[in-house]
Design a protein around this ligand. Sequence first.
Ligand SMILES: *Cc1c(COP(=O)(O)O)cnc(C)c1O
Length: 500
Amino acid sequence: MKYVSTRGNAAPVSGAEAIIAGIAPDGGLYLPESWPQFALVEQEGLCHQNYARLAKEILVRFFPEWPDEALEQAVAAAYDPKRWSSPEIVPLRSLDTGLHVMELWHGPTSAFKDLALQLLPHLLVNSLRVVGDKRDVVILVATSGDTGKAALEGFRDVPGTRIMVFYPENGVSAIQRLQMVTQEGNNTRVVAVQGNFDDAQTGVKKIFTDPAWLRLLEEHNLTFSSANSINWGRLVPQIVYNFSAYFALVRSGKLAMGEKVNFVVPTGNFGNILAAYLARGMGLPVHRLICASNRNKVLTDLFRTGVYDRRREFYTTNSPSMDILISSNLERLLFLLSGKNPEMVRGWMADLQEKGYYTLDATTRERLTEVFWGGWADEESTLAAIRQAYREFGYVMDTHTAVGLKVYRDYLRESGDKHHTILAATANPFKFNRAVATAVLPPEKLQTQDEFLLLRELAAATGLSVPEGLRGLDSRPVRHNTVVAPDRMGAAVADWLGLK
Ligand SMILES: *Cc1c(COP(=O)(O)O)cnc(C)c1O
């Protein structure tokens, strides 16, 4: 199977090459030339497989030329129940008759990113083997908080790889920050950027496509790759849980095989919701995809007006992993909606870069709103949604998931849609303990500045236990304390690699 760039100025490559490269040389993103299809009879067969098995069946369709046992080993290692706090990997919990939560946060770093980043290192190492590439890989990551830690855990001490993570200095939660700066491993480095996530992401993309950098790496027998969702190897694993959640609902007897469902996805870089759209393209019975944003609601506005406009204030919110104004993976969706027209994509992306906005044509816009519905939640209504879910269902959710719940309620009010709906729970509530505690604990408990006391208070009040990866973070030594300006990110990479 061949992969093509959304911008049409790069030669088609194999799946392995797409994963190694991360981003296409023309600045575009890779997508497969055609979509594997799962007919309903096949889905009936897959419905009772465990998570690792299902992942393998989906992966093999995208990487048909890979040795079978390599895929078997990769999924067995990544989805080993010993590494997850639920044997199902992604358990589904029904809150009421029509609303079901797929819990994507049972991995080692407590956010949905683990589902892809526990697997990606195996896919990458295997890709290098398949193409006979002997170079060491340098992974650069820009993170709004969760990708960074998940990627560090996935790649730590993986032979032949080094990983460097850039996070916005003031744009992550206290727990997220501690998770990253205490990272262990011989091949890891974490750097704070004096800017927001978009600054970090733009800086990383610039380094990736800078010919001088590429030459320098070449000379040292190194190559860059990405663990961000611009990398195709991040997206394929994310397709899997949309199927697995659907199958869990069928197995529960609440849904008939073939009946359509909605997915609600708290969205930032558009990777998670794109994976749901891709699953739909492969035959998963999906009615609507509901895209939930926080106050940085550039996507909501796109769905309502047809204009993507990043010329606006950037807000730091209580759902920091969605504080993003440039949603990279939207480019993949636009490519597909435009009928795979790279000229149109190039035009939009050039407008975005030069003018700060672009306007969709009527046809693309119509195709977009046929499937997607967008809404947003401010910080107050996010906390209100946490409180409400706790009161009504006794269910504790994190701020990102709560943005999804609030937007789902708005959607129901507007549409009256009766389809079963699956809400993506993207992080463990303890990861955003302060905001969650603000929603569910009495005010006097919030006085403390001690994040770990707050974790314990939250656990005591809700009866939930603090995830293993977050316990004891306060006693681990800080191993990373470099801070750089956005225009010094390249220098930080050079410094770390010893390439000055
Ligand atoms: C990354 C992240 C999101 C946003 O996902 P995208 O794929 O970037 O749209 C939402 N919630 C949490 C907790 C995240 O870590």
